[in-house]
Design a protein around this ligand. Structure first.
Ligand code: PLP
Length: 401
């Protein structure tokens, strides 16, 4: 069943038909083990090599062997951070930002709990970093592992990775970037940028869920966490997920071919939706640096309404979007990203992320614009504070304070 309107492409994307087509023979015909000595199995290895080249090309890696296939973006992030820290030895200083995805914050907090020195970079109200703070924190020099996302999954804000990488490298640290939301959406080339490690995820770029990759610049030391066989040059053991790796390669090839077209298409739709909502829904505000963000993403906050309530009403009419906040075990937690950006308290809970993709249409925008003013007006009527300016119907006043 396909949803009527899908604007949640930062959560996941539809598998491209070309990708499915490329993968199918590896379920039905070429199902051998690429490590086998016989031709039936060993012959499959060349398709993994092709996929490695396709991934390398998307991110401008100098050599395909700098690409390690993983199971997802989260694995790539974990492998990069924990692997680099392990390889460095001693007790490196771990640096990240307050607005990272849980896939980066999780391993960083794990290391903090283990006694590693851990620091986070702040963002301003636009969601931008302060390069002076990067410089100050990275002074700890060659015993630093820093992880800074390229583009934020909630707001789309893009961090200046070339400048940040230069500062970290000047001070001799190891630099990882989570490019899960950036790769495939805008051009990037690790050849020209001082990045040691870079994560990507298949299902954000029209490959299936369950495959990702980590770029490891030649010479960068990363201790493997899945040990055993010699696959991926000993960096990640386990028989390769051949169909999915082939699918990821194909998705990278397609992304490279249609990146400019997709970005223009998505930007046009995003901007029209944003302008339409701001014009028809009072008390709406876009979060994040409007100039410096992904072309497909907008994060809009609505004063005095709950994002989850908006989502449910959108879902009722077949529209799939996402909140800027995570809903954990029945209690509403405001988004750590929006909190870090000091989004006003009255808006913190009322955020919706719309993220467009290659298959989004003008009709999708029309459909959302038709529903949003009614939904917001209805929820404001229901809210005890909907017409006031001094309160909020927030359910977790403590964490909002
Ligand atoms: N990093 C970012 C910025 C993400 O948006 C996501 C997924 O939403 C991940 C990492 C995790 O990727 P995966 O779902 O492939 O584990």
């Amino acid at each position: 069943m396909n949803p009527l309107i899908y604007v949640d492409n930062n959560a996941t994307t539809a598998v491209a038909p070309e990708v499915t087509e490329a993968m199918m023979p590896f379920f039905t015909e070429y199902w051998g083990n690429p490590s086998s000595m016989h031709t039936f199995g060993g012959g499959v290895k060349k398709y993994i090599d092709t996929a490695r080249e396709q991934v390398a090309e998307l991110i401008g890696a100098e050599h395909p062997h700098e690409i390690v296939f993983t199971s997802c973006g989260s694995e790539s992030d974990n492998m990069a951070i924990r692997g680099a820290v392990d390889a460095m030895g001693g007790h490196p200083h771990v640096i990240t930002t307050r607005v990272e995805h849980a896939a980066v914050l999780g391993p960083c907090h794990y290391l903090e709990d283990k006694g590693f020195r851990f620091s986070t970079l702040d963002v301003n109200e636009q969601g931008n970093l302060d390069l002076e703070q990067v410089r100050e924190l990275s002074m700890s020099g060659k015993h630093t592992v820093a992880s800074v996302m390229w583009a934020n999954n909630e707001t789309g804000v893009i961090f200046p990775i070339p400048e940040i990488g230069a500062i970290i490298k000047e001070n001799g640290g190891v630099f990882h970037t989570d490019a899960v939301q950036m790769a495939g959406k805008l051009p990037l080339s690790v050849k020209d940028i001082p990045v040691d490690l870079l994560s990507i995820s298949g299902h954000k770029i029209h490959a299936p869920k369950g495959v990702g990759a980590l770029y490891i610049r030649r010479g960068t030391k990363v201790t493997p966490h899945i040990m055993g066989g010699h696959q991926e040059r000993g960096r990640r053991a386990g028989t390769e997920n051949v169909p999915y790796i082939v699918g990821l390669g194909k998705a990278c090839e397609l992304a490279l071919q249609s990146m400019a077209k997709d970005a223009n298409h998505e930007r046009k739709l995003r901007d029209r939706l944003e302008q339409g909502i701001l014009a028809t829904c009072p008390g709406a505000r876009v979060s994040g640096d409007l100039k410096n963000r992904l072309p497909n993403t907008t994060n809009i906050s609505f004063e005095y309404v709950e994002g989850e309530a908006i989502l449910l009403m959108l879902d009722d009419v077949g529209i799939c979007a996402s909140t800027g906040s995570a809903c954990a075990s029945g209690s509403l937690e405001p988004s750590h990203v929006l909190r870090a950006m000091d989004v006003p308290r009255t808006m913190l809970h009322g955020s919706i992320r719309f993220s467009f993709g290659r298959y989004s249409t003008e009709k999708d925008v029309d459909g959302i614009l038709e529903q949003m003013p009614r939904i917001i007006a209805r929820l404001r009527e229901m809210s005890p504070f909907g017409h006031e300016s001094g309160g909020t119907n927030c359910h977790c006043a403590d964490s909002c304070a």
